[in-house]
Write a protein that binds this ligand. Sequence first.
Ligand SMILES: O=C(O)CCC(=O)C(=O)O
Length: 279
Amino acid sequence: MPLLPTTNADGQEVIPMTEAQKYLFDLKGFIALPGLLAEEELQEIRAHQMKFLYERESLPADERDHHGGPSQILLDHPAVVGVLNEILSYQALATEQCYGFRYDHTYTSHRESGHDNFSPHGGGGYFNFRGNSHIYQMQSGKIHSGLTRVVWELNEVAEGDGGTLFLPGSHKAAFPRPQEWSERDSPLWESYACPAGSAVIFTEALCHSGTRWNNEQRDRLCLFTCYDTVNSKWGKGCPAPEVIASFPEKRRTLFRGVWHGMSEVPGINQYYEESNKAV
Ligand SMILES: O=C(O)CCC(=O)C(=O)O
């Protein structure tokens, strides 16, 4: 039985997670999906992000959001939906018209050489109680990654440039992280190199950190977008109503209210409308 929905809001077929990807995500707490966007898509998205950061008023009101205008396709790219369907979706709230997970919050980061975001945090999420959101659970053959981050790298990231650092396996760590494994030069950190237009997905239950951006020729431009279970929210806020109204119907369901319910719509949370919007 395929996991629902099987197509994204633009009618593209969802790309299911492979068994190898599931194993890797469970083992390490993150995976990279390289090269998902075409150059024309990237150009539009980069231009939108730069305007959103530096000339916001020049954008039409319905594009004044990290995920407005051309950047909305990042929200439910078929490869991202394939992963979220598997590791986050609560299928009782998913239909072919409605995602089984919810958008939580996002931010765009533009970093020039020398920018430093080294600040290890997280880990041990397997032992977190529900309510913390940074929860990670697994059963034989099944993952549940509560708060889940999708990093969209809009520019190439080469080895040593300074992509996000991960401490693989720390989402299941039973012990507090010793200082010696938390230093910048710890051999336990793993990162990635990827072409422009790649997504890196990790459980927020994993210990991770930014680091120094070292490339003097190329800035880092990326979005850090978080998703959560439908009936749980970590970050405050939601895109403006006119931004959500500009999206196709299925994409809007990412922004529905934070509740579960039962029975039939509107008693069960399998729909979006303005009166059922997350805050
Ligand atoms: O700056 C980075 O690369 C990582 C950001 C981060 O730690 C986070 O979004 O939780």
